[in-house]
Design a protein around this ligand. Structure first.
Ligand code: HEC
Length: 705
């Protein structure tokens, strides 16, 4: 009860919307004009109206001012500071000269494209303690727009509709049971006046589903589960009854998983909404469904009717998923010639390492080939597309090397499909991991009421230990994939493993940001680099292009973090700097200077009257691992989006207890542990951090760990 009271006070404290004067010339006729017809015709007047650029989610622009010949004259016009720590995975939207984007903690920003000035900012007031349930950082992939409203899904599972002019909330719907470890990081999509939203949480134990709300009223219109529940409760549909045949044991206790946390695409001609579904909960199939089975609809593309959510077809990429091989990766609809016939297809490069081309109307498997090294399967059955598992990859209790690793050969980072080159531009990565099952594993229900669980309670049923790649971090690439021939046309190795999404143009360009903060334009035909600029902030999200007052712009929302970057360092030059996200906007002959982020502070360990005995440090370490490490990293030494506590200043150390127990940095993202920890416990945690900071200060390389 106490917790709810705190939440309520907190909501009032931070949900206030900060308004700035709205100049007359940016009145938002753009957003208010966005309806079904506008969305169907895609990017009219050079706006960017929906997450993937259009319903097909191809992120292909036909704007022609920026070309191979002049792209080297691109310069910064403005940048906009999100002012919060945490990864930025958003693709911004633009309508009528106004940009709408989300940043960390599901905060929504409206920015005047002509000046880069804030028009409004809305913080939906997610209790920061809820960030512990976000497996992969407090990110948000963006907003949706319809009839003058902006829609955002929040980390604590709400769908909020904002007035596009003012940022004031119009309606709000609770899309999850907040007593369960659900979260929302994905962008909503609007189809036929319905706002479609999924959720995540399969690492902790939930049952996945997709909901659709009336965009005008906020009323729930349909909800479609992606995995069956307990048969004793009855099935919600025939499709789920059929799916239940492919499960065994008491799978519903740990939720089953299958969460739809990212990909949607829509084909108006076929009237089909495509949904990407996630991994099993727990990961281990032996523990999840002990009698075997494919476990539908895990790791699948599901096609449903957008008006009702009714099942039409499914294609499962990884039957009986055992490796966290989600199929929530971006889905692109297109047309490709097969055997002399144009076929309407859906294309996806899911985590499992195969690129799939399926018939968009029926889900029929047309072709599939590995887009990256993989060892869990020997190949795909040419008729059905079903993988032929490599026997040695189906591990039990023995440590077994698997590739791709849990972050997949490709993750949520957007792909783009160029209708002129016929190529799909995909940010991909290699990754190797050793896995084994946990003997005697049992599902642990998380106590969300008092947040007393530790991050170790992730309900995977697996242990993992990372393996390096030839002694180095596994590499990431930008690959130009030919979906027709099912082979790579070119690829470029990037500075590191975790990088940004792509956008491509009819003038033959591909834009991509890197985990090293470089924003780059490539020749779409050859992969030759034509332009780059260093933002010094790791880039993950998808770039966009649009016109305002007849001028073409390119924007990208930068912000290192996410599954890989929450506690791990960005690459190259970017690692010299603190990583707080920004939107960068470029145009030909832009002349704004690139802002330099704050340089990382040196390691520092103050002399304080804190316990130094072994027993206290062990206790402090256990508390730290349980309550703090999923954000601040092992020993507090995060070099990613979250602050490294070994670099904390004397002022921070003086205020340590206030920061942790009184929530003095709550709005900035540091949860309050009032009522969860007491002063003595905080003192032990503090002692543990200072002892580890001392090791960092004195380590020869000056590197923590
Ligand atoms: C949900 C993620 C999250 C968790 C969990 C978390 N923190 Fe934080 N913490 C943050 C963020 C974000 C900041 C930065 C706030 C800011 O920018 O001022 C922060 C800042 C801090 C700071 C100030 C650091 C500085 O140099 O300014 C301290 C100290 C701190 N946290 C300690 C802790 C301790 C101790 C715990 C566990 C009891 C903990 N945090 C748990 C997210 C988290």
């Amino acid at each position: 009860m106490r917790f709810h009271y705190l939440v309520a006070v907190f909501l009032i404290a931070i949900s206030a919307c900060e308004m700035q004067s709205t100049p007359e010339d940016v009145r938002l006729e753009g957003a208010s004009a966005v309806d079904d017809a506008v969305l169907e015709s895609a990017t009219p007047d050079g706006d960017w109206l929906t997450y993937g650029g259009n319903y097909a989610e191809d992120r292909y622009s036909t704007l022609e001012q920026i070309t191979k010949g002049n792209v080297d004259q691109l310069g910064l016009v403005w940048s906009y500071d999100f002012e919060l720590r945490g990864g930025v995975e958003a693709t911004p939207l633009v309508a009528g000269g106004v940009m709408y984007t989300s940043g960390p903690w599901s905060v929504v920003h409206a920015i005047d494209v002509r000046t880069g000035e804030r028009i409004w900012r809305h913080d939906p007031g997610v209790p920061r303690i809820r960030g512990r349930l976000a497996c992969c950082d407090v990110v948000n992939r963006g907003v949706a727009m319809y009839e003058g409203k902006i829609f955002v899904g929040t980390i604590d599972g709400r769908l909020v509709a904002l007035d596009a002019d003012t940022g004031e909330p119009v309606w709000e719907a609770l899309t999850v049971n907040q007593d369960e470890p659900y979260s929302i990081t994905g962008a909503p999509r609007v189809v036929q006046g319905l706002v479609v939203i999924g959720n995540g949480g399969a690492e902790y134990g939930v049952r996945g589903y997709v909901s659709a709300y009336d965009a005008r009223s906020g009323e729930l219109v349909w909800r479609t589960y992606t995995v069956p529940g307990n048969p004793a409760d009855g099935f919600e549909s025939e499709a789920l009854e059929m799916a239940a045949e492919t499960w065994s044991g008491e799978w519903w206790i740990a939720g089953g998983g299958g969460t739809a946390w990212d990909a949607f695409a829509y084909d108006p001609t076929l009237d089909l909404l495509y949904i990407g579904t996630g991994n099993g909960s727990p990961w281990s199939r032996n523990l999840r469904s002990p009698g075997g089975g494919d476990n539908l609809f895990l790791a699948s593309i599901l096609a449903v009717r957008p008006a009702t959510g009714e099942y039409v077809w499914h294609f499962q990429t990884t039957p009986g998923d055992h490796w966290d091989y989600t199929a929530v990766q971006p889905i692109t609809v297109g047309s490709i010639e097969f055997d002399g016939q144009m076929r309407r297809v859906v294309m996806q490069a899911p985590k499992n390492g195969f690129f799939y081309v399926l018939d968009a109307e029926t889900g029929e498997f047309l072709s599939g080939q590995p887009y990256i090294t993989l060892n869990w399967a020997e190949g795909l059955d040419l008729e059905t597309g079903r993988p032929v598992e490599a026997v040695e990859a189906v591990h039990g209790f023995d440590w077994t090397m698997i590739t791709p690793a849990a972050l997949g050969g490709h993750n949520w980072q957007p792909q783009s499909f160029n209708h002129k080159t016929g190529l799909m531009y995909i940010p991909i990565q290699e990754g190797w991991v050793e896995r084994s099952e946990i003997e005697g594993w049992e599902y642990t229900e998380l106590n969300i009421e008092d947040h007393s669980y530790g991050p170790a309670v992730n309900n995977l049923g697996h242990m993992s230990r990372a393996r390096s790649y030839d002694g180095q971090e596994a590499p990431g690439y930008l690959v130009a994939w030919d979906p027709k021939a099912q082979e790579a046309r070119w690829s470029v190795q990037l500075a590191g493993y975790w990088n940004g999404g792509t956008m491509t143009t009819s003038t033959g360009l591909v834009f991509q940001g890197g985990g090293d903060g470089r924003f780059v334009a490539y020749d779409a035909d050859t992969g030759e680099q034509l332009w780059e600029t260093a933002t010094n902030i790791g880039i993950l999200g998808g770039p966009i292009t649009y016109t305002v007052d007849g001028q073409q712009y390119v924007s990208v929302a930068a912000g290192w973090g996410g599954a890989r970057g929450r506690t791990r360092a960005p690459y190259g030059e970017a690692n010299k700097y603190e990583q707080k996200g920004r939107v960068f906007t470029f145009a030909l002959n832009g002349t704004a200077p690139m802002p330099l982020p704050r340089t990382k502070r040196p390691f520092f360990a103050p002399d304080l009257d804190l316990p130094t005995d072994e027993a206290s440090l062990v206790q402090g370490g256990e508390l730290f691992s349980g309550y703090c490490a999923n954000c601040h990293g092992a020993q507090g030494a995060s070099e990613g989006a979250m602050p490294n506590l070994h670099r904390a200043t004397a002022v921070v150390h003086r205020n340590f207890e206030n920061i942790v127990l009184e929530g003095t940095r709550e709005v900035e993202g540091m949860p309050s542990y009032e009522g969860l920890l007491n002063s003595d416990q905080v003192r032990l945690i503090h002692a543990y951090i200072v002892a580890n900071a001392r090791n960092s200060v004195t380590s020869p390389e000056g590197e923590p760990e």
